[in-house]
Write a protein that binds this ligand. Structure first.
Ligand code: BGC
Length: 452
């Protein structure tokens, strides 16, 4: 069995993690530039100033993508490269860079998928309050308009936000990610509300200024679940845990808190009721803006927890057996999640699904033969994709994006975690396609037929 003919096999990155050239051609400062300078925030004391230098090595990277047969590249725009101050004057050199990248991709037959925002807010906007400032809705709308005007003649697919859960939960409420505010829970909920409104505003601007009919989505994270067996009881138990109220300290991982307002036009009642004392007032107009129609559900999916139905009829998390596999970054390996989550998402939101990220970090080492034999990654992706293959025979899944195309700056972990299909020797910026990259080429060439 193959995947549908229209299925798209892609790979993903984000601007701050790969571009480098942080001080070149008029790019403004982002919150991540500032955060990386704080003592002790990045495990290896590094930053994204050079990263994998894709800004200069873009053509080589696109050629490597073509060599692997990659059909779509999901990358993000650096807001401060395009608008150094976040609002106001446009930096033409920033626009030129993305034009070169888009044109180069298209010359190689690779479809660009553009994420507007992958965590790197311009620092000047953070200094104005960032996402806590209600004006952030129009700042982001303005940025979306500029992106539509500049790129939508050639770019059909846009994603508004990548994983707002992380910058709100880990970066606003927490201080593990930029900007590291340690704000109150009330402020975090307010910022999240503005992000959702900014998403809606961006959808409006993209539709208004788009030069062709666009396909627009959103790429959240979440805490996912899957059932221990296919039995009705376990499946219902997994769904209940997926939509249940999370403890206050974790609410931002809730799938429903972010996706229900967008796709169903309302905040989930169970959570809204429980935390009503600290929630911002959401008007009917706010919700209308948030729930602008979008075309697909983007979802980053790495892992989930197994759930079963107890003898008393109550769901519970199945304990992990001893020696359960984990990746280098300590994520559990749960391939079934790529079967169950597309089904749960489609059932709840009734839109085609795009897996906007999935992949693993590995302790990759270059062998004496000069190659990178990352058998672990092949085992991981093969098992996840086999589950996805089962899902596509039941629900519409449009595309899969491997995270990541290339090893890169892994946020608070610096360069210690390697997620790429392409290995990077950072001191020389030399690239090596890993065994998994060649294996992925074969999967793409057979349109998934070679997957078990
Ligand atoms: C993010 C990526 C990150 C990846 C691996 C996702 O949370 O969108 O930027 O590198 O996971 O941790």
């Amino acid at each position: 069995m193959k995947f549908p003919d229209s299925f798209i096999w892609g790979a993903a990155t984000s601007a701050y993690q790969v571009e480098g050239a942080a001080d070149e051609d008029g790019r403004g400062v982002s919150v991540w530039d500032v955060f990386c300078e704080k003592e002790g925030k990045i495990l290896d004391g590094s930053n994204g100033k050079a990263a994998c230098d894709q800004y200069h090595l873009m053509e080589e990277d696109v050629e490597l993508m073509a060599e692997m047969g990659i059909q779509a590249y999901r990358f993000s725009l650096s807001w401060s490269r395009i608008l150094p101050e976040g609002i106001g004057a446009v930096n033409q050199k920033g626009i030129d860079y993305y034009n070169r990248l888009i044109d180069c991709l298209l010359r190689h037959g690779i479809e660009p998928f553009v994420t507007l925002h992958h965590w790197d807010l311009p620092q000047t906007l953070q200094e104005k309050g960032g996402w806590m400032n209600p004006e952030s809705v129009s700042w982001f709308g303005n940025f979306a308009r500029i992106a539509a005007q500049a790129f939508s003649d050639r770019v059909k697919h846009f994603i508004t936000f990548n994983e707002p859960q992380c910058f709100i939960g880990l970066g606003y409420y927490g201080d593990y990610h930029a900007p590291g505010l340690n704000c109150s829970m009330r402020e975090a909920f307010l910022a999240a509300h503005h992000v959702l409104m900014a998403h809606g505003q961006a959808v409006k601007e993209l539709r208004k200024y788009g030069k062709q009919p666009l396909q627009i989505g959103f790429a959240p994270a979440g805490k996912f679940t899957y059932p221990k067996t296919d039995s009705h009881k376990d499946v219902e138990a997994a769904k209940k845990m997926l939509t249940d109220i999370l403890p206050l300290e974790e609410w931002w991982w809730s799938m429903t808190w972010w996706s229900d307002p967008i796709f169903l036009g309302k905040y989930p009642e169970n959570v809204a009721e429980k935390y009503k004392d600290i929630l911002p007032a959401a008007t009917k107009e706010d919700i209308e803006l948030i729930s602008q129609p979008v075309d697909f559900i983007g979802q980053n999916i790495y892992d989930g927890r197994m759930v079963e139905c107890g003898k008393d009829g109550e769901p519970f998390f199945t304990p992990e057996p001893l020696g359960f596999p984990h990746t280098h970054i300590k994520s559990p390996v749960t391939p079934e999640i790529l079967y169950w989550m597309p089904k749960f998402l489609y059932e709840r939101y009734q839109k085609p699904v795009v897996i906007t990220e999935n992949g693993m970090s590995n302790g990759d080492i270059v062998s004496a033969d000069g190659k990178v034999h990352d058998g672990c990654r092949i085992a991981y992706v093969e098992r996840y994709l086999s589950n996805l293959k089962r899902a596509v025979s039941e629900v519409p899944v449009k595309a899969y994006f491997h995270w990541s195309l290339i090893d890169n700056f892994e946020w608070a972990y610096g360069y210690q975690e390697r997620f790429g299909l392409i290995y990077v020797d950072y001191p020389t910026q030399k690239r090596i396609i890993k065994d998994s990259g060649y294996w992925y080429r074969d999967v793409i060439a057979s349109n998934g037929e070679c997957l078990p």
